[in-house]
Structures are given as C-alpha cells and as structure tokens.
Design a protein around this ligand. Structure first.
Ligand SMILES: [Zn+2]
Length: 510
C-alpha cells in the first residue's frame, strides 16, 4: 500500500518511523508536527523525461498555448519587449488547433514588430514561426536552400513565409544569443520551483549540454535545488566524451546517463516507421544511426558506467533499439539501466525482445492523448500498436512516466488521468482502451518504477523507514477517485529530503 493516511517521522532527510492513522496525514520533523486533515500521502512523484532549462526559459517567455488563431498569438505578444538581447522569443503555438489548421506567416508579426526579431517555437519544438526581421538577421531568403532534414516553408514563388521546420530552424537559432549565466540560473530555479508544485520531487533531465553541468553542481552544492535531478547528457555527437564527463553521485544532482536519438518525431514525419506514413507515401522517416554506429556508441557509454537512454518513436527505431540492447545485454552492469524514450509505435514482435533485454520504457501519457488525432493520420492501418502501455507491462517491461516538459506541462495528475482514460481532448471514446492502465499501475509509473529507471528504487518510491523523505500530500486518494476526477486532485504539500519545499519553498524561486 503506497498511498496512505499516516504519521511519518522524518529526520536527516530520511523517513525514520511510519504509523497508520485515520483521517489525516501527520509529518513530524524536528519535534514539530505538520497536520493535513483529510489528506493522503504518497512517495513524491518523478517526471522521468523533461528538459529543465528549456522549461525554465519558456516560463519567462510569452506563452501561446491555447491560442485559437495566429491573430490571437500576435495579440498576446503585442505588449512584450525583447527578452533575449534584441530578440523576442516565445513558444507554445499549435496550428492544428486553428481553423483552418494552416502554417502562420511572418507578415502578421511584421505588422506589430517591424524591427524586433521575433522567434516563436511550435508547441512540439519542431518548427519556428518567425518574422521578416528574424529571417533577415539569419540571412535566410529566397536563395537559401533547405538543409538536409529541414524545410523552409515558402510561397509559390519561393519566398520564405516565416516557418522553419526541424533542421531549418537551426539556421536561425544559431543567430540568437545564448542565455547568460544569470538567466540560466534564474530559469533553472524557476523551473524547479514550478515542478515542485505539481508534486514532483525528482526529474530525469534529458539532453543536458555539458556546459550546463557546472551550474547544476553549484546549485546543488549550495542547497538551492528544491528537487532532485538525474542528468542524461547529450551523446548524439559524443558530447559527453568531448567534455570529458563521467557519471557522478550526489543527493540532489547526479550525472546519471547519456541520451541518444534513434529517430525524430511523428508530428514532423521524422519518426522511423517500418511501413510508410499513411499521409506522406512513400516517406517512412529516417534512422539517425546505422545499427553498427549506434551499437559502438552505446557500448562505449555502457563500458564507461553510464546508464543509456535512447529516443525511439517509430516502430523501425524501436526495433533497432530493442535488438541493440539485446545484443549488448552482457555489456556493463545490470544496474546501468537501459531505457527507451517515448517508445510510441511498437510492432508486437519487438515487445518480447525489449523484455528480454531488460529495457525500461519511458513513456509520456499526455503525448498519447494530445497526439492521437495526428497519429491516426500518420499511421493509418498497420499492425504496430501506438503507445502500447499495457502490452509493454504485460511483457514485464517497467514503465517510467514523464511529461517531456516543456512540450507538455509537468502535470502529474493530468498524466495519471491520461494513463487511466486514454481519452483525447474533445473525444468521447478512449483510444486503444485495452492499453489503458489502472490507477495502481499509473501511480507506480510516476513513483517506484521511475525510481527503478534511475536505479534509486532501493531508497526512494516507498513510504518506509530508511527511505528518503520525498513525500507528496494530496487532498484526495487517487485510488478512490473516478478516473475522470483525477486531474482535479490537488497537491497540498511536497517534501524533499524531509524539508517542505511547497508551499513553504516558494522563496527558493529567487
Ligand atoms: Zn524530450
């Protein structure tokens, strides 16, 4: 029983004593009792896949989430000043929600911002909407060819319209000044302070640039990180090697693993599929590595002591990664976890291979319900299963849950509801109902199994003596809620290492 009305005594960052209670949660520390009548306690939540720095930076930028049109986006931006040097950055637009769902154009932005370069990231991070001044500063014009793996959206006469997709976005992003150390520090603290409000006590931070590592160390050493961070360093181009990084241990910050990409994303046709996209024949996406090259890189990481996380979304990429981990089964230590990130489209034949290889599936329930309309168009009919949570679990594969923030909000309660309902917004029927989880499975994916994915399950993920005092207090027992109510359960208090980080921890936001 993980979710309880209990009396918990904590000291030295650990749980020292646990006793059952009726009708309330009591947390006693340093002789003082904090009482939460009618509340329930459970181990702190983990977000097993997110991007802390980007989330923090986006929190300080105009948000275009929920805008129903390009015009509404521009209206929201109207009073913003440049927020990165001379540039104005924003994020969160999604033209799939507009009527009609067409790409936005630079001209709309130019009317309000003739001189300030404006760059707006699409909600999935795979496309930019920019104004003419931004194109001018990046030197992108009619003559600029599409880079490999990228697309500059153009008019019939070849003029860029203001949307840059995947690799084409890089042509522009390199002209934006990077955040200053002060901005980075503020962004990280702001991100962590926000996450803790969702009941999150630990994150697995993906695609960490080696250059950010000293800042994390500094914040952790100074006791300024309110939550625990497991870092997965960029490895696509061997960045961890170039920077000379090795795994580290620590209470609040660890260099835990390295992160590879086997393919791209479904929305932008970058996910590698076994059969062509139903809405882009004969295109079938692309594998970023040959199996030999990826195997060599992963072998080296395992031999160095890293955990290995590999992004694989399409069924061809999942197959490549499943067989690769299977072949490397004897390399390294079993405690060095092997993770497949997203694992969205899976051929049934590959599930036993993943299970035998001891792979952990890192999944994002909110992606499933928000992607469903798009995924149906991309996939059409095929025998691979989209977001096959129950099939993976039944084969003995642990699920670690995350949000991929800032792409989705790090809202764990909404994630629990998505796991249990698989109900895309605005629809009335669950999508692949047989793949839903029950609430116990869903909670495990956000707690004990996620801790297993970082190999700290021997001291986190249960409310037991000697376990870390990472605790979330909720106003209702999710196990007794109707699934449709889950997203309204409220986080009342959050403790990390025995210290109340929320609501008391707000000053940490700095
Ligand atoms: Zn991600």
């Amino acid at each position: 029983m993980r979710l309880q009305q209990v009396w918990l005594r904590v000291a030295g960052g650990r749980i020292r004593d646990v006793r059952p209670l009726e009708g309330e949660v009591v947390i006693e520390r340093e002789g003082q009792c904090e009482r939460y009548p009618n509340c329930w306690a459970l181990p702190g939540f983990v977000d097993a896949h997110g991007h802390l720095l980007h989330y923090g930076l986006e929190l300080e930028q105009p948000s275009l989430r929920g805008c129903q049109s390009a015009e509404e986006c521009v209206e929201r931006l109207r009073h913003w000043e440049p927020n990165r040097g001379e540039w104005l950055l924003g994020a969160g637009w999604n033209h799939e929600h507009w009527n009609p769902p067409v790409w936005p154009e630079a001209a709309l932005l130019d009317a309000i911002f003739p001189d300030v370069p404006v760059v707006l990231r699409r909600v999935d991070g795979h496309a930019l909407w920019v104004n003419s001044e931004a194109l001018r500063r990046a030197g992108i014009d009619d003559e600029t060819p599409d880079p490999p793996g990228g697309l500059i959206v153009r008019t019939a006469t070849g003029k860029p319209t203001g949307v840059l997709i995947d690799a084409a976005a890089e042509l522009l992003l390199r002209h934006i000044p990077p955040p200053s150390p002060v901005e980075m520090r503020r962004a990280l603290l702001r991100a962590a302070a926000q996450l803790v409000r969702y009941g999150i006590t630990e994150v697995h931070d993906m695609d960490v640039d080696p250059q950010w590592v000293p800042l994390f160390h500094e914040l952790a050493t100074a006791g300024q990180l309110p939550i625990r961070v497991q870092s997965y360093i960029r490895a696509q181009a061997g960045q961890w090697k170039t920077a000379g990084l090795l795994p580290t241990t620590g209470e609040f910050f660890q260099l835990r693993g390295v992160k590879f990409y086997a393919d791209g994303a479904l929305g932008s046709y970058g996910a590698a599929l076994l059969e062509p996209y139903a809405d882009a024949q004969p295109h079938a996406g692309i594998l970023f590595f040959s199996s030999e090259a990826l195997e060599q890189a992963v072998r080296e990481a395992l031999q160095t002591g890293w955990h290995v996380a590999i992004h694989a979304i399409g069924d061809a990429a999942v197959r490549q990664v499943a067989h690769l981990f299977h072949r490397l089964g004897a390399v390294g230590d079993p405690e060095q976890r092997r993770r497949i990130e997203h694992v969205q489209i899976v051929h049934p034949a590959d599930i036993p291979v993943l299970a035998e290889a001891g792979v952990i599936a890192s999944v994002q329930p909110l992606h499933c319900i928000h992607d469903a309309p798009m995924a149906r168009r991309r996939l059409g009919m095929r025998c691979s299963i989209p977001y096959p949570w129950q099939s993976l679990l039944s084969a003995g594969i642990p699920l670690a849950a995350g949000s991929d923030f800032p792409i989705e909000p790090p809202d764990v309660l909404a994630g629990l509801a998505a796991f249990c309902l698989r109900l895309p917004p605005g629809e009335t029927m669950p999508w692949y109902p047989e793949e839903r989880l029950d609430i116990e499975q869903a909670l495990a994916a956000y707690t004990i199994w996620a801790h297993y994915a970082a190999a700290v399950d021997d001291r986190r993920g249960l409310l037991l003596p000697a376990y870390d005092a990472d605790i979330v207090v909720l106003d209702r027992n999710p196990a007794n809620c109707e699934p449709a109510e889950l997203s309204t359960v409220r986080v009342v208090a959050v403790y990390v290492a025995g210290v109340r980080r929320w609501p008391a921890g707000e000053a940490l936001a700095g």
